[in-house]
Design a binder for this molecule. Sequence first.
Ligand SMILES: [Zn+2]
Length: 84
Amino acid sequence: MSLDTSKAVELPEDTRDGCYVVCPWCKARFGDAWEWCKQDPREETCEECGNKYICWADVSVDYCARPIQPPSPDSQPTPTEGDE
Ligand SMILES: [Zn+2]
């Protein structure tokens, strides 16, 4: 008994791009993604190949800090002598 693999659909890999929503079927790129592709997944039909896919914005956050004022000399920690 063997499986009939001739009808198996080879699903494409997820696509990931910093600027475009990329159709996982035909690799067509759609711009202005930041305007219409949000964090909530939505179903889209590719304008190029007509296949359906789900797209969403995978947003990552970088927490940043920047110094705004040099430390005053008074607040400098005093180096302590070692016990050696
Ligand atoms: Zn497509």
